[in-house]
Design a protein around this ligand. Structure first.
Ligand code: ADP
Ligand code: MG
Length: 706
């Protein structure tokens, strides 16, 4: 049986187009497809409710308060009126019971609603309480006539939906109804078990049919929980299996052998290393040396807090590659960072006469041609660049090591593309300054071995961090001036979270004008960099700051990662409340790189939300990147951390890698065991889970990896 047949056999009735389902039809089917991507019976089955409302209870209207979330009330509807004009037009009705009254409001579908409601009739209303100008109402409630036939269910599923669907009358209730008619059609055999049976008993998981049935129609709280637990388990197991397979693939893949520590490495170590390595750096280098000498391909994650000295480790690893007759590349996430790495590497290597080039998206014409030729012939042994390096047109004579700085900007797929740059996959060293919480690392980088630099170079002073509000601005500016007058440099950073946000851009420009007043140009030089600048200009402005010509750098978060100017001792972050914790930590890491006492000032508005205030407190109380990363993960959830949202790696329907870390751990162990026994999942008991993986590969991101 081909893989394809396996899937379609397994899915058959679930493959039926959604419009064939009772209660759907062409129009609704079309809407469901467009709005939620539900195109088949199966898709509907896997459109899980995200919570349940306890519909066995009614709330008295008088008991509703501003903290009420979803409520169910029973009462009589009166005063059905259209209010407002044009776009503000809405339908308002009042419902009362024996305790009080509250308004119901429809902004969309008002016409349709108006026709279906009758004054003085009794209804059951279910919805979320909203407060507008101090008055409570219930916008877009679910509403149905209260009569002897109205069944009052217990736990009612609440489905993710969209405004458009709701406006077309596809309410939560309709979802429940069509799902119900779907369940009338399918038999347990249509939803076969996919997990090996021993796992079901070992981890006390309910079977798949029950899980899917109960997640839609839990007959009790226990069953609802059992269903979610089981489905999360399946989801996380699938992701851990993929990681385990990738990992296995690395370890069986033959790699290049770096047999010796040669002339370049030793020469550099003995004569040109500008400081002595920390013990942590030495240990990591040794791990890399051992790893690259095994004959297997290295895939290693190097974690080290900002300023811990990862660059030198990267450079010395690259020398190791050259000593063994290979080329090496270093890939950075931004143009600025690529140039900065290039400069520091070039100056370190200058006296050793090792050619080195920089290649980015803006390298054009003759220069680009020469570099490409040099890489293809092997004349250029070391190249630094951006993702331009992984383009098809960049060919190496013999690439042996690829270092990726600040991995979280790169997708997993991009990493995999590097493997194709030589006959065998080159060794890969991924460096990240973001200490990654363990659960996240297991999900994102579970296929990598991990090295940690857990020690800062000696003589570093802890960065002093303070939180100030707008009223203290003058004070802050004076302080920065006094630092500059001592010969130091300062960063002033503005939030520009979306480079396209016009308002942010304007506030950056306004800020720049302000800064000019504080730092008049007869005495100070200011450089500015931001994402809207043409890349060449951005790099030049940055260089003015790096060289010390400019004392102040006004910037957006383009400087977030990696930039290294040891003489800079002040980091002022404007509108700090708009940054996430990890981002603040990254920014702060730009200072404290020299011997001087450094400062980070978080400037915010006077009024802060509770969360923002908490973020500021965490920042001023610790400089430990690990603590901060954990807090960040807990506060924000993994979704938008580390740019993983786009890459889709963390897209789980139900599982949450923070809250479900216990399941994550279980599935990781199970996955490792399964893959060790049956690497390609060909054993009969693994067919089900294999099908799930195949289907996912078909549907999304993981296809990019292999
Ligand atoms: P990161 O890990 O954030 O990339 P860098 O590699 O940029 O850190 O190093 C930060 C600074 O520390 C640089 O100025 C670098 O030269 C310096 N540095 C690195 N290792 C040492 C060391 N062992 N002793 C002293 N200074 C070091
Ligand atoms: Mg760095």
């Amino acid at each position: 049986m081909s893989q394809r047949q396996a899937i379609s056999n397994f899915a058959s009735i679930l493959d039926s187009p959604i419009e064939y389902l009772k209660g759907v039809g062409p129009q609704r089917g079309d809407m469901l497809r467009k709005e939620l991507g539900i195109g088949s019976f199966g898709d509907l089955l896997y459109h899980y409710p995200y919570r349940y409302a306890d519909r066995s209870k009614f709330t008295k209207i008088a008991a509703i308060n501003q903290d009420s979330d979803f409520v169910q009330i029973a009462g009589t509807v009166i005063n059905i009126n259209e209010e407002g004009e044009g776009r503000k037009k809405r339908l308002v009705a009042t419902i009362y019971d024996d305790s009080g009254r509250i308004d119901l409001v429809w902004f969309q579908g008002a016409q349709w609603m108006k026709k279906s409601l009758r004054e003085h009739d009794k209804y059951i209303v279910f919805g979320r309480v909203n407060v507008f100008n101090g008055v409570m109402n219930i916008p877009h409630p679910e509403i149905e006539p209260l009569n002897s036939e109205t069944a009052i269910p217990g736990l009612q599923p609440v489905y993710p939906t969209t405004e458009k669907l709701r406006a077309k009358g596809i309410s939560n209730r309709s979802f429940a109804k069509i799902t119900q008619s779907l369940f009338e059609k399918i038999k347990p055999g249509d939803i076969p078990e996919v997990l090996p049976l021993n796992l079901l008993s070992q981890y006390q998981l309910c079977n798949r049919y029950n899980a899917i049935k109960w997640i839609h129609y839990p007959d009790s709280e226990e069953h609802a929980q059992a269903a979610r637990y089981r489905l999360k388990w399946e989801e996380l197991l699938a992701s851990q299996l993929k990681i385990a397979q990738l990992r296995l693939q690395h370890t069986i893949q033959p790699g290049y052998m770096f047999e010796k520590v040669g002339e370049h490495f030793n020469n550099f170590y003995n004569n040109f290393l500008p400081f002595s390595l920390t013990n942590a750096q030495k240990r990591v280098l040794k791990e890399i040396r051992v790893d690259t000498a095994t004959g297997k391909q290295m895939n290693r994650l190097l974690q080290g807090d900002v300023g811990s000295g990862k660059t030198i480790v990267a450079l010395m690893s690259m020398l190791l590659a050259i000593d063994n007759g290979f080329q090496a590349c270093l890939m950075a996430p931004t143009e600025i960072l690529a140039h900065q790495h290039y400069q520091s590497i070039r100056s370190l290597l200058e006296k050793m006469h090792i050619p080195c080039a920089v290649l980015t998206g803006t390298t054009k014409g003759k220069e680009r041609k020469e570099i490409l030729a040099g890489l293809a012939s092997g004349e250029i042994p070391i190249v630094v660049g951006t993702h331009a390096l992984i383009e098809e047109s960049v060919q190496f004579q013999n690439l042996g090591l690829a270092v990726i700085d600040e991995q979280h900007r790169f997708g997993v797929g991009q990493r995999a593309r590097l493997w194709k740059k030589n006959e065998r996959a080159p060794h890969v060293l991924v460096m990240t300054a973001t200490p990654i919480p363990r659960t996240l690392a297991m999900t994102l980088y579970g296929d990598l071995d991990v090295s940690v630099i857990d020690e800062l170079p000696p003589g570093r002073q802890e960065i002093k961090t303070v939180h100030r509000n707008e009223m203290r601005r003058a004070n802050v500016m004076e302080f920065i001036r006094s630092e500059i007058d001592k010969g130091r440099q300062a960063y002033i950073v503005y939030p520009l979270i979306e480079e396209s946000e016009k308002m942010d851009y304007e506030s950056l420009m306004a800020g720049y004008e302000q800064v000019k007043i504080w730092f008049p140009d007869h005495k100070y030089r200011i450089a500015m960099v931001h994402g809207k600048q043409e890349a060449g200009k951005r790099v030049r402005n940055m260089e003015r700051f790096v060289s010390g010509e400019a004392q102040v750098l006004v910037a957006t978060t383009v400087i977030e990662v990696g930039v290294n100017v040891p003489n800079a001792s002040v980091m002022l972050i404007e509108s700090a409340e708009r940054f996430g914790l990890s981002q603040l930590h990254q920014l702060r890491g730009r200072v404290g790189r020299g011997a001087e006492q450094s400062y980070c000032i978080l400037l915010t508005g006077n009024k802060l939300s509770k969360e923002s205030l908490q973020r500021m407190k965490i920042m001023t109380s610790t400089t430990n990147g690990f603590v901060i990363a954990e807090e960040d993960l807990a506060m924000r959830g993994p979704g938008d951390l580390y740019g993983t949202k786009q890459s889709g790696v963390l897209k789980f329907k139900l599982a949450d890698i923070v809250a479900d870390s216990a399941i994550l751990e279980q599935t990781r162990q199970a996955a490792q065991q399964i893959v060790a026994e049956d690497p390609s999942l060909t054993a009969p008991q693994h067919q089900g889970i294999r099908n799930i993986l195949l289907q996912e590969v078909k549907e999304n991101h993981w296809g990019k990896i292999s």
